[in-house]
Design a binder for this molecule. Structure first.
Ligand SMILES: Nc1ncnc2c1ncn2[C@@H]1O[C@H](COP(=O)(O)OP(=O)(O)OP(=O)(O)O)[C@@H](O)[C@H]1O
Ligand SMILES: [Mg+2]
Length: 199
């Protein structure tokens, strides 16, 4: 079983949306359990509104069955303190840190680097505005310049994600323009498989 944890200091940076879509991608490659550790139950509610191609369980219900799956994804609430973050990273095969492409995101991100030394972690730039805006690319370049590991894939801002949440589906299963952002999670998914050392 390969364990991926999605976390952040800040709320509303697309942790749950990323957990749902990464789980959708990985379900093409093996069995997937999404563990919803947020008391708000965002992922569980999403799954109950419709149909997702993987299992979603609350934290305690997941303990016993975690090892039965090829992949487990943990969606966490925002704001772990630094100690929690290191513990989460140590316990995971991969830690994903979604972040918005704004100037105030860079410094807090760089401060976590020291704390996460020796663990497998990457930043994910998400909810990226369309061209000609270059905030996403700028943040990626700045993270790279600071040697902070960051996924090449960035997740575009799309209204499809809230429609998908309402419909209880991943954006992959929507139609027309609402489906386009699925390409971003496909790119991310390939990088995640590589980061997990999956054949
Ligand atoms: N790529 C995107 N484009 C547009 N809206 C998005 C995108 N990703 C997420 N959202 C929207 O942003 C809001 C926050 O997303 P989400 O719930 O996934 O974040 P979160 O980090 O899990 O939040 P919390 O910290 O409250 O758990 C939601 O309304 C969601 O639909
Ligand atoms: Mg959430």
């Amino acid at each position: 079983m390969k364990l991926t944890t999605i976390t952040s200091y800040k709320g509303g940076v697309s942790k749950s949306t990323t957990a749902i879509h990464l789980a959708t991608f990985l379900s093409i490659h093996g069995s997937v359990l999404l563990v919803d550790c947020d008391k708000n139950r965002t992922a569980i509610a999403w799954s109950e509104r419709g149909n997702l191609p993987f299992k979603v369980l609350a934290e305690k219900a997941a303990y016993k069955v975690l090892s039965d799956y090829d992949f487990a994804i943990i969606d966490t609430p925002a704001n772990p303190d630094s100690n929690d973050l290191k513990e989460l990273a140590d316990a995971s095969d991969l830690l994903i840190l979604p972040t918005l492409p704004d100037v105030v995101s860079l410094d807090p991100m760089l401060q976590t680097a020291e704390n996460l030394k020796g663990t497998n972690y990457r930043a994910l730039i998400s909810i990226v505005p369309p061209k000609p805006n270059t905030d996403g690319l700028k943040l990626k370049a700045e993270l790279k310049a600071a040697d902070f590991p960051v996924f090449e894939a960035m997740i575009r801002r799309s209204i499809g994600f809230s429609k998908a949440a309402l419909a209880g589906k991943p954006v992959r299963d929507l139609t027309g323009g609402d489906r386009l952002a699925w390409q971003d999670y496909e790119k991310l998914g390939s990088e995640v498989l590589e980061a997990l050392g999956h054949e």
